[in-house]
Design a protein around this ligand. Structure first.
Ligand code: SAM
Length: 217
């Protein structure tokens, strides 16, 4: 099953299920992400990748925003949420999408692990980022800490029960376990070799990293 098919099923209850299963941690990470990004860039043209229900665009509120996600159901919800904003939806995959212009900022919040081919996806996106622009990423990544191992146990055993209860999609949540492919920070960083890493923070709890990179000329 392609990842996008999983998200198509979860879309109607995605926002509430995510809040509950993450105990609000995802929101806490999102706020930290937005605050860190705003240290470097406050406005311009944004490309939000794997935009899901549009929360990143809602939080950043740039003057022009492209939202890229292959899921029709997710896009439907995001369109409703952002109907007053200057938003252009692109229903496509990171690996193949064509963006009509170069942007100042690319955001990928819990996004790159969902690409079928992370390297190809990030390479394609890079084509649409201006020199001096920022590629900002938050992703679940592996570490050797005990807290990470406990968190993974929670993700694989408890999340399907809670998420399944809220959405009625127990089997779908069980597949998340396999989707979290145990990416390491290095797997992401190796696709940013033409960038200067301006932020690299291990978030708390230590299941995810925040990376902000500036594109070199
Ligand atoms: C965990 S959600 C992303 C959360 C979102 N960025 C936010 O701020 O709430 C993952 C999203 O990745 C999308 N997706 C799956 N495969 C993708 C791909 N190859 N390229 C871009 N997005 C993809 C899914 O449709 C889903 O909406």
């Amino acid at each position: 099953m392609k990842n996008v098919e999983i998200y198509e099923k979860l879309a109607p209850k995605y926002d509430v299920a995510t809040k509950v299963v993450s105990f609000g941690i995802e929101e806490f990470w999102r706020k930290k992400f937005v605050k860190t990004i705003k240290k470097y860039i406050k406005n311009g043209t944004l490309l939000d990748v794997a935009s899901a229900t549009g929360d990143m665009a809602k939080n950043l509120d740039f003057e022009k925003m492209y939202l890229l996600d292959p899921s029709k159901e997710m896009n439907k919800i995001a369109k409703e949420k952002l109907k007053d904003k200057n938003v252009i939806f692109i229903e496509d995959f990171a690996e193949s999408a064509k963006i009509p212009q170069k942007v100042d900022l690319i955001t990928a919040f819990m996004a790159v692990r969902n690409f079928d081919d992370m390297q190809k996806g990030m390479k394609n996106l890079d084509k649409y980022l201006k020199v001096g622009g920022y590629f900002a990423i938050v992703e679940l990544t592996k570490s050797d800490s005990l807290l990470f191992k406990l968190s993974m146990f929670y993700m694989s055993k408890i999340v399907p029960i809670i998420g399944g209860f809220i959405t009625g999609e127990y089997e779908t949540y069980k597949k998340f376990d396999k989707m979290i492919k145990n990416i390491r920070d290095e797997d992401i960083l190796q696709n940013l070799d033409n960038y200067e890493i301006v932020e690299h923070i291990r978030l708390f709890p230590p299941m995810a990293s925040l990376i902000i990179a500036r594109k070199n000329g």
